[in-house]
Design a protein around this ligand. Structure first.
Ligand code: HOZ
Length: 425
């Protein structure tokens, strides 16, 4: 007899802090105990009890083709038979670098790492090494992984738990992180003015996707580009969520903008643990062994992860109109979701950009961290529970995104809308 989610959670809590390996999945902010997932395919996940759900988490983005895509799984199986890790150079990582540089605008050189956190940490180090400056501007509500210097007014699980920063981070690590307001160019400009010649980089999620979903206001990203150029700072796009999601070439392609460096995460590994950072050749040439900026990793460019990533990226690149179709389906779905929520009578704001979306339960438009925090998280929790009980798996936190994939069928989306329509506020 298989263990239930409840039983697994009790066991998990004995040896894993909070019973989970990442706080958001503990379901704490939605007042439940987590469902343990035993398998997934296409748009569906199944829990330990065998219950089936239409999944809108998609492993937080990488499952843009749906879970366990046969081409990706086959590539993984084949690569695994040839060895799991060598800690040495391989042809696949060369192919991966060539593929990424061919697809992503302005990506001249790229380094593989193991997660988005590592990518951000390394990109910041490269930016500081290149400019010889130490200060960095980030935006409240943007989440750049859990490296020490970025745990300042970060989004995601920190927002859910209402903690502006993390314990255990020495003041020295965040002293050079200056926090501005997302979508408020003037707040970034003021920081530049107060710190002349000292800002190494501005790092931003081009679409805020870890405080719910917050689109960039018109001119915001362009303004950051201009400020960086005027002040000799580098612009870093954290594309862990937006990369290969808004468009094949990510936010740089979608918005027609140039970043000096960008960071990627799980989506380029088809869901395997992967990250990458890269951009301008002159900046990346600072990275060891070419230059003095040190960064390394035994598992970086892991052969199985590269095989999965190459298979997924190949499908995304070679499927005609992949993004046109996905984004059109998402536009229709989120607009219908907005109407469905209106019918329930719940005050809400539905934000979405392409296949990323989020319903905030608040009256005012959500344009930044402060506005995102006005959302009624109890109402979100009630909505989450209502959906989960009826087989729709949303993000277990108000401050995350809903991810649509190409595997979501029209029936999946209609069923989801029916479930939302049945909700009583
Ligand atoms: N906000 C994270 C994804 N970008 C949540 C991931 C997790 O905690 O597992």
């Amino acid at each position: 007899m298989r263990a239930s989610s409840e039983e697994l959670f009790i066991r998990a809590k004995q040896h894993i802090p909070g019973g989970v390996n990442s706080p958001v999945r503990a379901f704490g902010s939605v007042g439940m105990t987590p469902r343990f997932i035993s398998r997934a395919a296409g748009s569906r996940v199944w829990d330990a009890e065998g219950r089936e759900y239409i999944d809108f988490v998609g492993s937080w983005g990488p499952m843009i083709l749906g879970h366990a895509h046969p081409v990706v799984v086959e590539a993984v199986e084949k690569a695994a038979r040839d060895g799991l890790s060598f800690g040495a150079a391989t042809e696949r990582e060369v192919e991966m670098a060539e593929t990424l540089c061919a697809i992503v605008p302005n990506l001249e050189m790229v380094r593989m790492v193991n997660s988005g956190t590592e990518a951000v940490m390394s990109a910041l180090r490269a930016a500081r090494g290149f400019t010889g400056r130490e200060k960095v501007i980030k935006f409240a509500g943007c989440y750049h992984g859990h490296c020490d210097s970025m745990l300042v007014k970060a989004g995601s699980g920190l927002m859910t738990q209402g903690i502006p920063g993390s314990a255990g981070v020495p003041e020295g690590c965040t002293r050079d992180t200056l926090s501005a307001v997302f979508n408020d160019l003037k707040s970034a400009e003021a920081i530049f003015m107060a710190n002349p010649g000292q800002i190494a980089a501005v790092i931003v999620e081009p679409v805020g996707a870890n405080m719910g979903v917050v689109p960039p206001a018109e001119g915001f990203l362009e303004g950051l580009r201009r400020l960086c150029d005027q002040n000799g700072a580098l612009l870093i796009f954290d594309e862990v969520i937006t990369g290969f999601r808004l468009a094949l070439g990510g936010a740089q392609e979608y918005y027609g903008l140039r970043a000096d460096l960008c960071t990627f995460g799980k989506i380029i590994g088809g869901g395997m643990p992967v990250g990458a950072y890269g951009g301008r050749r002159d900046v990346m040439e600072q990275v060891a062994p070419l230059g003095p900026v040190y960064q390394a990793g035994t598992l970086s460019g892991n052969p199985v992860a590269m095989a999965a990533g190459l298979a997924q990226l190949g499908l995304l690149r070679d499927t005609p109109d992949f993004y046109t179709k996905l984004n059109a389906a998402a536009d229709a779905f989120f607009s219908a979701l907005d109407s469905a929520l209106t019918r329930t009578g719940a005050a809400h704001r539905l934000n979405h950009v392409c296949s990323l979306g989020c319903a905030f339960f608040t009256e005012a438009p959500v344009t930044d961290y402060a506005h995102a925090r006005t959302s009624d998280t109890k109402r979100y929790a009630a909505c989450f529970r209502h959906c989960l009980e009826r087989g729709v798996y949303l993000a277990p936190s108000q401050f995350e995104a809903m991810f649509l994939s190409a595997a979501h069928t029209q029936e999946d989306l209609e069923r989801t809308l029916d479930v939302v329509r049945e909700m009583r506020v």
